[in-house]
Design a protein around this ligand. Structure first.
Ligand SMILES: C[S@@+](CC[C@H](N)C(=O)[O-])C[C@H]1O[C@@H](n2cnc3c(N)ncnc32)[C@H](O)[C@@H]1O
Length: 492
């Protein structure tokens, strides 16, 4: 049996976490589990709200792409992983042995499944995430607080004026130099992706107008600030926030993961692509290397049957109705759900309560499916899993994010940049070798949305293959912040 403790720092700090190993090993030895085929992985899941139980079992499949055999039998299994959250094991009163026993017992019947098995990026978690941004006003009405309050620090770093000022002064320098060579285009494009409540745009534009006034070159007259978001509701809210900037600012409904379909006309023209807290909100798969073999992590959303029963009782529905009603909610949103089923959800508020209850209870089962070859795995429509090879080879046994959505977005953004333009992105990036082997980086739940840290070295690899350089720097404007700033520009 292998025991892999990723939460090494926390293990050192927490006597309770250390004490969890006795009951854990005893429970395993008491069980009938085949210990030779079991690996135990201990994480410290820092997200209070997440998709895992304290302990859960994930089968490591033997072969094939996770399709069950034709006779309907369960797919062959090579081994099992017991994933343990040391944070919850270290809480006062935690019964580690009982958690392990429950996970090993793991009866299928104890779950109400919401979807079939799929790679993480295709999980219903992302439909919940999109619904959150589409129907944000309904959600906020129910919670009584703006989404920004749910972020670490209670405010988005995108509203940091000092960091906006540094960026703008950098732009002025580039523009002055180009102007001196008569090479400055008439229209000066800036694009912001994932605009939230418009606070980022407002801060940036306020700083811009003030600095431009002092600088005296009237760049503001030539500025074209485009705000892009996939939520029409969020975009409207952001538009209102910066309405007084008139036609300097426009809003576009677009999917940040498919920019070539919407803003390709700006190829080579954009001086700044400005992104904050969006990449960590885009769909991702995870891959793992286990004893030298590479696996794709498949997930399957469910609600524990006992909780499903309580939700059903609260809303006067049958437990069997939970999955179809959730599907309907994700398809049409809370307002239409209540309009179409007034007998079950008397008003949109009731439908939002149902949404929040299911989201709160949502868990993801996991299984490891062998990848027959990295080139058979499509990371994005134009990129195969081969790009992962050097990162996986450097790490040994590891599990990492593929950051599929962020990679797609990043790959489509680079061609938009003017030769002197840059992409600046504040986000939760992993940046170094070995980090995945010593920490947990998502998924977690923030309010109604999903967060996963972004695989920085993977973005760096993609950029370097396309002639761009990428640097990461700490976001020093908020001490203690986990946010890093990625800057990408054409390599000298
Ligand atoms: C966490 S908020 C960040 C808002 C703001 N940039 C900030 O830092 O405060 C994420 C934003 O990204 C948007 N978003 C998420 N996925 C997107 C996608 N695939 N395409 C476009 N926008 C997306 C959401 O609608 C939301 O406005």
């Amino acid at each position: 049996m292998d025991i892999d403790v990723r939460a090494v720092g926390k293990l050192r700090e927490s006597a309770r976490a250390q004490a969890a190993f006795g009951p854990l090993v005893q429970a395993l030895c008491r069980s009938g589990a085949d210990l030779a085929r079991l690996r135990v992985v201990c994480d410290w899941i820092q997200y209070r709200n997440n998709f895992r139980d304290t302990a859960m079992v994930a089968p490591v499949l033997a072969a094939g792409l996770g399709q069950p055999p034709a006779d309907g039998a369960a797919p062959a299994v090579d081994g099992y992983e017991l994933a343990v959250d040391l944070r919850r094991c270290a809480q006062p009163g935690a019964d580690v042995a009982a958690e392990v026993e429950a996970a090993l017992a793991g009866a299928e019947a104890s779950r109400v499944w919401l979807e079939p098995w799929a790679p993480g990026s295709a999980s219903c978690v992302w439909r919940f995430n999109a619904l959150y941004w589409q129907a944000l006003a309904d959600w906020e009405k129910a919670t009584g607080k703006e989404y920004e309050r749910a972020l670490p620090g209670g405010e988005s770093d995108a509203r940091n004026t000092a960091s906006a000022r540094d960026l703008i002064l950098g732009l002025f320098k580039v523009w002055d130099e180009l102007a001196a060579r008569r090479a400055l285009p008439e229209e000066l494009y800036v694009i912001e992706l994932g605009v939230g409540n418009g606070g980022q745009a407002r801060t940036w534009l306020e700083e811009f107008t003030e600095l431009d006034r002092r600088h005296g070159r009237d760049y503001y007259r030539r500025l074209r600030y485009l705000m892009g978001d996939y939520s029409a509701h969020v975009l409207d809210r952001a538009r209102q926030e910066v309405a007084h900037y008139g036609d300097r600012v426009s809003g576009l409904v677009l999917d940040a993961t498919r920019l070539s379909q919407s803003v390709a006309f700006l190829a080579g023209k954009v001086f700044l692509v400005y992104i904050s807290n969006v990449y960590d909100n885009l769909p991702t798969d995870e891959v793992a290397s286990i004893r030298g073999r590479i696996y794709l992590v498949q997930t399957r959303g469910y609600v524990p049957v006992a909780v499903a029963g309580r939700i059903a009782a609260r809303f006067g529905i049958r437990t069997e109705e939970l999955a179809p009603l959730t599907e309907r909610l994700l398809r049409i949103g809370p307002e239409l759900l209540s309009e179409s089923l007034p007998g079950k959800f008397a008003d949109p508020g009731q439908a939002v309560q149902f949404w929040q209850a299911v989201w709160g209870a949502l868990r993801q089962a996991e299984r490891y499916v062998p990848l027959e070859g990295l080139d058979t795995y499509q990371v994005t429509p134009s990129l195969t899993g081969e790009i992962l090879r050097p990162l996986l080879a450097a790490e040994g046994d590891v599990r990492m994010h593929v950051s599929n959505g962020a990679l797609s977005s990043f790959a489509d953004t680079l061609p938009l940049l003017h030769p002197f333009g840059q992409l600046v992105c504040h986000d939760l990036f992993l940046t170094g070798h070995g980090q995945y082997r010593s920490g947990f980086y998502g998924p977690g739940k923030y309010d109604g949305s999903t967060v996963n840290w972004v695989n920085g070295p993977l973005l760096q690899l993609l950029a370097s293959r396309r002639g761009f350089g990428v640097t990461f720097s700490p976001f020093t404007r908020r001490p203690g912040s986990n946010i890093k700033t990625l800057t990408a520009q054409v390599r000298d």
